[in-house]
Design a protein around this ligand. Structure first.
Ligand SMILES: O=C(O)C1=C[C@@H](OP(=O)(O)O)[C@@H](O)[C@H](O)C1
Ligand SMILES: C=C(OP(=O)(O)O)C(=O)O
Length: 442
């Protein structure tokens, strides 16, 4: 799915960013909208779906397993589901492209259906650990043969009826949680996921919205016990996908670090399990105002007005990490422009994303003149105090959209241009990133 010919792109010191933009739909909610609609009985309609490569990989896979999925003119998606238990054997390998979410959640779905599916992906995805879903899904009875190290390509032979499981998550991962809950959808009895550290809760909200019997009990120490009753019948839904806070993050930081900027980002999802970056940037002195807080599709949403701000370095509490796990690359850029030191810890999970985001961000920021120390589980960054960075380097994006966009934003506050070696990966999550940037620069 990635362009075999690299498309380098240079980003240079920017005039103030001004104006109002709307960012595309939330990637996590878009994946789940397609999967759950494809399992409902009847026709669902989705607007605001993110039409990035990752989500399109999910759409293609659900089609290959029997769902009818169509994009109508005007951007509405219409999905005719097969019903829980009704997924068909795909004829060919499911190409997951660059998408960890597609892979892990779909492995969960296949695990409790009487079908066999092979999962393949690009070079980045093929290096990422799948053992974290192989373990619980095998315990539910799926027969999974993975490549060495628990990697792709791998084959899942589902078991129906599967065996209900009570599973305590060994790492904070919404993908692993969701894989087990989705497997539980077609498993007789109650499947339980025990979540010691809360992660994004879109699966729970949406499963309930589709009519599944799902309950959450929280212990006094915050541990969540999520129960789903299997062999559920899902009812079709009309879904409006809110804007993706992980995409908004790039323009929030861009507006904060480019002098003279004032930008309004419309329709940003602010589910508390996703909104960590806004709180951290405010603690650094960022001027981020919430306008018109409202509810879109069962998720809190607001427009954000962001003005250029003098940022100061802080110690980021590792407890907020799961609520901003994909936003650390762009936070590191903000920290590189702040006054004083920013420390981050507890970020081991960043090493197994589309790239090793700690190593790649540390190397790239150093290459453009920032002062960065890489630790096992985080970065320590001594900021420039608001001065532009030297820039003038070409950054390897390692097939990681968030790395590419982070260095694009860094280029806007650098003396010499910052070149991203291949801009193509941005289309996995944010196809109109460059177009929106150009709008704000016009
Ligand atoms: O469930 C999801 O939609 C996601 C969960 C997170 O991954 P992990 O579960 O690996 O933390 C996140 O990084 C990813 O972009 C999307
Ligand atoms: C980690 C990410 O996605 P995925 O795991 O779905 O590839 C991301 O979008 O930053």
């Amino acid at each position: 799915m990635n362009d075999p010919i690299a498309t380098p792109r240079a980003f240079s010191a920017s005039a103030p960013l001004k104006g109002r933009i709307a960012i595309p739909g939330d990637k996590s909610i878009s994946h789940r909208s397609l999967m759950l609609s494809a399992l409902a009985v009847g026709r669902s309609r989705v607007t605001g779906l993110l039409e990035g490569h990752d989500v399109l990989a999910t759409a293609a896979a659900m089609r290959a397993m029997g769902a009818q999925i169509e994009r109508r003119e005007g951007g509405e998606w219409v999905i005719d589901g097969v019903g829980v238990g009704g997924l068909l054997q795909p004829r060919e390998a499911l190409d997951m492209g660059n998408s960890g979410t597609s892979t892990r959640l779909l492995m969960g779905l296949v695990a409790s259906h009487p079908i066999t599916a092979t999962f393949v992906g690009d070079a980045s995805l093929s290096g990422r650990p799948m053992g974290r879903v192989v373990d619980p899904l095998s315990a539910m009875g799926a027969d999974i043969s993975a490549s060495p190290g628990g990697r792709l390509p791998l084959m899942v032979r589902g078991l129906a009826p599967a065996i209900p499981l009570s599973y305590r998550l060994p790492m904070a991962s919404a993908q692993v949680k969701s894989a087990v809950l989705l497997a539980g959808l077609n498993t007789p009895g109650i499947t339980e996921v025990i979540e010691p550290v809360p992660t994004r809760d879109h699966s729970e909200r949406m499963l309930r919205g589709f009519g599944a019997d799902l309950t959450v009990d929280t212990d006094s120490d915050g541990t969540r016990h999520i129960h789903i009753r299997g062999e559920a019948e899902l009812k079709p839904q009309v879904i409006v996908v809110p804007g993706d806070p992980s995409s908004a993050a790039f323009f929030i930081v861009a507006a904060l670090i480019v002098p003279g900027s004032e930008v309004t980002i419309a329709n940003v999802g602010l589910n508390p399990t996703r909104a960590g970056l806004v709180a951290v940037l405010r603690a650094m002195g960022g001027d981020i105002e919430e306008l018109d807080r409202r509810d879109v599709g069962g998720e809190p949403v607001a427009d954000l007005r962001v003005r250029h701000s003098a940022l100061k370095g802080i110690d980021v509490d590792p407890a907020v990490a799961p609520s901003m796990i994909d936003e650390f690359p762009i936070l590191f850029v903000a920290a590189a422009l702040a006054d004083g030191q920013t420390t981050t810890t507890g970020l081991d999970e960043l090493r197994v994303k589309e790239s090793d985001r700690l190593a790649v961000m540390a190397a790239g920021l150093r290459a453009i003149g920032a002062r960065v120390e890489e630790r096992e589980d985080g970065l320590i960054i001594d900021g420039s105090g608001g001065d532009t960075l030297p820039g003038g380097a070409t950054i390897a994006g390692h097939l990681d959209h968030r790395i590419c966009m982070s260095f694009a934003v860094a280029g806007l506050a650098s003396k010499a241009p910052v070149t991203v070696d291949d801009i193509a990966p941005v289309a996995t999550s944010f196809p109109n990133f460059e177009a929106l940037l150009a709008e704000l620069q016009a």
